[in-house]
Design a protein around this ligand. Structure first.
Ligand code: SAM
Length: 473
């Protein structure tokens, strides 16, 4: 009697698969992890309608994969391990140094504190930060802090948005925290309170894509980015690219937090490494050198954790402007007003950015790009009516400016004008059909046509069911 041996992937097939995955998702599958790769592909095969893992692997290599398919694949190949307050020391440093420092830096600013949990998994990490913020702020005070939480895996994000967790997610959480921020739910589970949940906005984002920093997906001008236990699964080349993009997403002086296992002087060489007892955090170097800052004052409870500021690495980073960002909100040779406006906006200097946009518009009244940037800045400043005016102006100048249709739809959605929102989204989708799936859209800083179509699809799905076809027309 002969047993049918499970089909095994060939060496060249695995090698090509891991190269494709590295390029499209950043995920690293060296030979010693090929077993995991085979298991992941086998689990994903039914989702793609494939009879078995080897046929699925061959199809994956032959097909021009859509963003959606890449996400399905990544969902089966990524590790979803996380829990509330994972790495207690990291959260102590956030609570005692990083967040107070950023809140102080923001004290006179017009815009809220912005935090991004990149690779947030099922939401325990961003919700832990939201709980910290609640404890840091005087009762009832609204500092307008926002938390963006992104992941490549839509299934994780759906669970995160539900905010219902079992015991295992609380393995490092003191009981009092659970009592304060959760309500008991069915089946011995716990549901996060609305006040914490509403600080966090979840969104699907593949860190291996060049879609950030961007005003379009809200990934610009971050004060703090926490990206822990994510880079370790990437190839070195992809990790370098991701770290550089994350750096560009930070404001000057902003903080990047990775896990202890991911610290590296070469990977983070463009940051200042800030040593705390038991942890190293990274800080974005300012264009002009950071003031010789005294260490953040440890709070009484943290007297033991002396903070050591390591000198920023010598070399061009410290003294010279950084590549691609030579303009720092002031006119300099070769910088156009529009480009200066973009740099200011990415730095979170929105009022200055708007002024530079006005200059760009004055210089060329027929350029829709300047009007569009002004619209996105106005949106971020909460001036939705003025933003809508600018967007209409963009469409007057260029009726095919797809991002303007999309942004107008979003404005209408936020004002519960659902019928108009549908109309603008429909217009955007019609225009998007003329673009190849992976084509980056003009003025989008890397957002592709296919991805925007997916975003619009999920926004339309979020409209109330009463928004029927009849109401739309
Ligand atoms: C081990 S979890 C870490 C969760 C959390 N940051 C923590 O430390 O507890 C890794 C997460 O990274 C996400 N991830 C992996 N590759 C990604 C990519 N290319 N873009 C975005 N997220 C990714 C996975 O889906 C997973 O949720």
């Amino acid at each position: 009697m002969s047993w049918r041996v499970q089909p095994v992937f060939s060496h060249p097939l695995l090698s090509r698969l891991s190269a494709m995955l590295a390029a499209r998702t950043g995920l690293h599958f060296p030979q010693e992890r090929w077993g995991d790769l085979e298991k992941g592909i086998a689990a994903a095969a039914p989702m793609f309608g494939m009879p078995d893992a080897p046929s699925c692997a061959r199809w994956l290599l032959g097909a021009p994969l859509t963003r959606n398919q890449i996400e399905v694949l990544a969902a089966h190949l990524t590790v979803g391990e996380t829990y509330f307050f994972r790495d207690e020391r990291c959260f102590e440093i956030l609570e005692q140094h990083v967040l107070p420092e950023r809140l102080q830096a923001r004290a006179n600013a017009t815009r809220p504190l912005r935090i991004w949990s990149a690779g947030c998994c099922t939401g325990e990490e961003p919700y832990s930060i939201a709980m910290l913020l609640d404890r840091l702020l005087p009762h009832g005070a609204d500092c307008g802090a926002t938390i963006l939480a992104t992941d490549i895996n839509p299934a994780f994000l759906r669970k995160a948005a539900q905010g219902v967790y079992g015991e295992w997610s609380f393995r490092a959480t003191p009981a009092w925290l659970r009592e304060r921020y959760f309500d008991p739910a069915k089946n011995s589970r716990f549901e996060i309170k609305r006040s914490v949940r509403q600080r966090v906005r979840f969104s699907c984002l593949n860190l291996a894509d060049d879609s950030y920093p961007s005003l379009t997906n809200n990934t610009n001008a971050m004060d703090v980015i926490i990206c822990r236990n994510v880079l370790m699964y990437f190839t070195v080349a992809q990790a370098k690219k991701v770290v550089e993009n994350l750096r560009r997403s930070l404001v000057d002086g902003g903080w990047l937090i990775v896990s202890a296992a991911e610290t590296s002087s070469s990977l983070f060489s463009r940051f200042a490494a800030v040593e705390f007892a038991g942890a190293v955090l990274y800080r974005k170097l300012a264009h002009t050198p950071l003031p010789a800052a005294p260490p953040p004052q440890p709070l009484a409870a943290d007297a033991a954790s002396a903070v050591v500021w390591r000198a920023a690495p010598p070399g061009p980073d410290r003294a010279e402007p950084q590549a691609g960002e030579a303009v720092v909100c002031e006119e300099s040779a070769g910088a156009t007003p529009l480009r200066t406006a973009r740099v200011c906006a990415n730095q979170g200097k929105l009022a200055e950015a708007a002024q530079w946009c006005e200059k760009a518009i004055a210089a060329d009244r027929l350029d829709p790009a300047s009007q569009y940037l002004l619209a996105t800045i106005r949106l971020e400043l909460g001036q939705s009516d003025a933003a809508a005016q600018s967007l209409l102006h963009v469409l007057y100048l260029d009726p095919d400016f797809v991002l303007a249709h999309f942004a107008l739809g979003s404005v209408c959605l936020s004002q519960s004008r659902h019928r108009e929102a549908w109309r603008h989204f429909d217009n955007a989708l019609t225009l998007l059909h003329a673009h190849p799936y992976d084509e980056p859209l003009p003025a989008s800083e890397g957002l592709t046509a296919g991805r925007l179509a997916e975003i619009i699809g999920s926004l339309r799905a979020s409209l109330p069911p009463t928004t029927t076809e009849a109401q739309r027309t």
